[in-house]
Design a protein around this ligand. Sequence first.
Ligand code: UTP
Length: 629
Amino acid sequence: MASSGATAENLSKLRINGSPKGYWAASAPNLQKNLSILSSDQIELAKMLLDEGQSHIFVHWLEPGVDDEEKKGFFDQVARLNSSYPGGLVSYIRNARNLLADSKAGKNPFDGFTPSVPSGEVLNFGDDNFVMFEEAGIREARNAAFVLVAGGLGERLGYKGIKLALPSESTTGTCFLQHYVESILALQDASCRLVEGQCQTQIPLVIMTSDDTHARTLDLLESNAYFGMKPTQVKLLKQEKVACLDDNDARLAVDLQYKYKIQTKPHGHGDVHSLLYSSGLLKLWHDAGLKWVLFFQDTNALLFKAIPASLGVSSTKKYHVNSLAVPRKAKEAIGGITKLTHADGRTMVINVEYNQLDPLLRATGYPEGDVNCETGFSPFPGNINQLILELDSYINEVAKTRGAITEFVNPKYKDSSRTSFKSSTRLECMMQDYPKTLPPSARVGFTVMDIWLAYAPVKNNPEDAAKVPKGNPYHSATSGEMAIYRANSLIFRKVGVQVADPVRQVFNGQEVEVWPRIAWNPKWAMTFSDVKRKVGGSCSISQRSTMVVKGRNVSFEGLSLDGALVINLVEDAEVKVSGCVQNKGWTLEPVDYKDSSYSEEVRMRGFRIEKADQSEMNYPEPGKFCFKS
Ligand code: UTP
């Protein structure tokens, strides 16, 4: 942006370019008196705002006691808002006007569309088909890039830190970011092993941050040596917020306290597409021969158990878009993946929110609405917002749209006239709406996996989680942690380990199943076949047991565990564990979330681990070892 003030030449140019002498006086007299302090770029921005009906912004601009720098600062903000939105602020304001008019008229975005069940792959954990897809996925992993959307405020969780810094489970205290990075590194390693000769692949990881999360995400990475990733492998892209709107004319909302600032709010995770496009990363990846981009969210520790098979589905079925999904009961409060066909021939496969799906079905010839089919589940699988996009077709599409995603607006109206809002609103967009603009030839599918394997996000604070109606998921730190133990226990059962049944316990008012606390780091096992290869004989694990595996080459042969077992080993060590391990073990002691004598991380999950006794095996040197007790 030019730094000089408005010269006579600039001003006369503006006049020639459609701004006659009386333009400023008529549209913003208060601003007119300030023109001399503004650069020519700033004057252009001012003109754009006025042309878009935003003169109210400048009403206060002659108040005494305001420094010129504050006024210039205002235009710095406008320049940022302008450059970070595809098509600039003009597009933003015009899109907002259209969407606000549709919202006022109560227009249904699905008018004219008929829903049907799209095609996709339903997987059964551990069967031959699943194993085949997992193998294909591991092969493809070295051609993938991962994109983590982590710019959300996390207001519902109310954690003081960023969500990525939250421990995913308490036996190791591994935070979500560490778990994600280690999972990607384990995939990289497993995929490279399938290549003959040297494989130098470093799977890229992009993290989308926002002003609310950026500095703390960077700090978390830097203070932990990027959890083992090369710093050059990780790239942070910061999303900007968008301007708030005060009314149906899309008048920008001026900050209530400080009049030289426009109110802003998050635009939603859909920003990730325009950021990837504008950063040039997609082209870079394409030129490097990558084929897949995998999008995921900040607090789902189970996800990487589902990634290899889902990526295998994408590559085998040549899906341009693959949405990861879970079985969904009819009317369950989770969006359904749906094919929509318009009377004019348009089709799309997208997420339809549960409260829209049922009425849409009823209105289009299905009088019963969303009902379970013979499987006992709705034929419309539940969207978990993890996407796998094929890079070639993705690049082609975002080159057309600049990564702009179909937006929506959700104003809270003061009354039924729908003319004024309770508070300012803004346009929003969602990552999963990407397929909305795809041509009918696009191959858009889904992969359904058991919920216990794939999905346990941490979104709700303990108080709200305890109020969740019975039968619905808590999505709390408590349930997220218990889901990890359950998944690992069920995987162990599937390979033949006798894992005891869980007990039911209440933490922070939430009744959960407590399975043995089995935790392993991703390099120990990424796939079902990995676990199968490493666990043999007739092993058994009692309900009160804890097993923590930190290392790669550990195998179990006929182990009987009743207590706590912790195994640490370096990369080149190999250990076979067998026999009977029995000790007092680790217990879960309830903690009330209001009890301030504990850390926030402990309080929010409602228990702490009391380590009474354990068998700990440490192998700090390379070599082959046997442990038999
Ligand atoms: P959530 O639905 O969990 O929303 O976002 P949130 O904003 O993080 O939390 P609440 O609603 O304030 O409680 C799903 C994913 O999208 C990311 C989040 O970080 C999370 O991984 N997200 C959300 C963004 O990256 N940017 C956004 O503007 C919103």
